[in-house]
Design a protein around this ligand. Sequence first.
Ligand code: ATP
Ligand code: MG
Length: 144
Amino acid sequence: AVLDAVDLMRVTINRKELDVVVDAPDESLKVLAESDGIDRIVSNLVSNAIKYTPEGGRVTVSLRALKRQVRLDVVDSGIGISRRDQEQLFSEFFRSTNPAAVALPGTGLGLAIVKSIVERHDGRITCESTLGKGTTFSVLLPRA
Ligand code: ATP
Ligand code: MG
């Protein structure tokens, strides 16, 4: 599923000469969530990372099995998100006023949808970001 999400963005990845690294274990990790939901989580986070990272940047997607949870980290070296914006990030239709982001099209729904899917499955999503440096989104979902 992670590789599918990356493949869908291949044209953009190539155009921006991004370095996209996927780090996932060989065994499949089963989580307590519908696969449609997981696909939407991964594709929204990966497409944001690619969209909000300037040319030549790096995006890393990693999957890890913890004892009772699976952890997904999507790390980018992109434009970053201010502290103020981080508070509203998951609200419907929220879009940053960061000049580096306003020109990029979007509806501001992606993260609101991701958060609702994660919470519906008793998971957690967090964001860590430094403006101008990059962003990490981490998702924890219970293992099946
Ligand atoms: P879409 O509905 O098409 O996903 P969107 O990307 O604008 O539109 P969200 O995915 O909900 O909407 O993201 C909300 C806002 O958060 C974005 O407009 C952008 O400003 C900011 N953002 C999200 N991901 C990142 C990221 N990885 N780096 C920097 N800013 C981000
Ligand atoms: Mg988005």
